[in-house]
Design a protein around this ligand. Structure first.
Ligand SMILES: [Mn+2]
Length: 357
């Protein structure tokens, strides 16, 4: 198992590579979508929810990331003694009509194929994605973690506001879209759209040496904003795996989201999917409660026994990376950094203990 760290696009600089290294990281997971490029969104709060009406800003230009861009970032990552383990998330600008079954679906599937080929050429082994129309939604911010640390959670209410045309996954891809909202669809329709994606992309991922890793829904409710969710119970991951059997069809396994699910058991799910060698990388975070009443908390204060998870992963020979995903913000001049450093110190010690058992 490897200790990893997630970096957002605006953190791809020397200061953050050094910070990650100082936390004991060996591998990084990079978000290249500029969710928070928008000036009105505070960059320090990049792991916190933004008002859903405004979304997370505008999607990108619709251009894929070219090989020279990726190699330049990789060179810098490597120069700080780190390895690039994964890219997390597609820009809605390149796959909105794959999610929405829109008129540009076929054009966009070719773009995604090309992106995966380029990621393979750059030697980045995993691509994480979240097949979701609403994306992250319905969470509130509050003093939910120990000592009143600011964090996110649900307090029993779901945002039912339909998604306006021109927006998907919290980002605006078409500012001139006609008035109106995206139509309600069934869960089966969403799975059909995923099937189209997997059938087309997994063969390219296989040829390119890239594993595609699916994040579950955050939060894992059956419907949010009038749209169905894909993986909102642990067993639904099995359907995704079985839909396109391949070593390259794997999971971006988010312990927090799995623990928030109303059915199943986070230990059984970890065991079942790690036994099948289906874990690409892990979002190693903790929560108290289940949807629609849960809070994200410090890694050592939640419902999940994190050492028990590590022992299951070790037993099943998991070799991938663990990253903190989100943490509560700590009361000081650098709330995000303090929260991350706390999580990383805990994770490093826990890993050392379990490795040496
Ligand atoms: Mn996650």
């Amino acid at each position: 198992m490897k200790l990893g760290f997630g970096l957002y696009k605006h953190m791809l600089n020397e200061e953050h590579y050094k910070f990650a290294k100082q936390c004991g990281t060996t591998h990084v997971v990079v978000h290249l979508v500029d969710y928070f490029g928008n000036e009105k969104n505070s960059k320090e709060n990049a792991n916190q929810p933004i008002g859903e009406k405004e979304g997370w800003g505008n999607a990108g230009s619709g251009k894929i990331w070219e090989l020279d861009e990726l190699l330049a970032i990789k060179k810098e990552i490597n120069s700080h003694g780190l390895e690039w383990e994964a890219i997390e998330n597609f820009d809605p600008a390149i796959w909105h009509d794959i999610l929405l079954d829109g008129p540009k679906k076929e054009e966009q599937i070719e773009l995604v194929k090309e992106q995966i080929r380029i990621v393979g050429k750059a030697g980045i082994p995993i691509y994480g994605y979240n097949f979701s129309l609403a994306g992250v939604s319905s969470r509130k911010t509050g003093p939910y973690a120990r000592g009143g640390a600011e964090s996110v959670g649900m307090e029993g209410t779901v945002d039912e506001t339909p998604i306006p045309n021109g927006m998907v996954w919290n980002m605006v891809y078409d500012e001139n879209a006609p008035e109106g909202t995206i139509p309600r669809i069934s869960h089966d329709e969403l799975w059909k759209r995923l099937q189209y994606f997997l059938e087309n992309i997994i063969p390219v991922a296989e040829e390119s040496g890239v594993k595609l890793a699916a994040h579950p829904d955050d939060p894992p409710m059956p419907y949010i904003r009038n749209t169905p969710r894909l993986v909102y119970q642990p067993h639904m991951y099995q359907r995704l795996i079985d839909m396109k059997p391949s070593e390259n069809n794997v999971l971006e396994f988010c312990l927090g989201s799995v623990a928030e699910m109303t059915e199943g058991d986070v230990y059984e799910a970890t065991d079942a999917y790690s036994k099948q060698n289906k874990l690409g990388y892990i979002h190693f975070r903790n929560v108290i409660g289940k949807v629609p009443h849960y809070k994200e908390v410090f890694v050592d204060e939640g419902d999940i026994n994190m050492l028990r998870i590590l022992r299951i992963l070790k037993k099943n020979n998991f070799k991938g990376a663990l990253i903190p995903d989100h943490t509560p913000q700590m009361s000081c001049d650098a709330p995000w950094h303090a929260g991350m450093a706390y999580a990383m110190g805990y994770m490093k010690a826990a890993l050392d203990i379990v490795r040496n058992e």
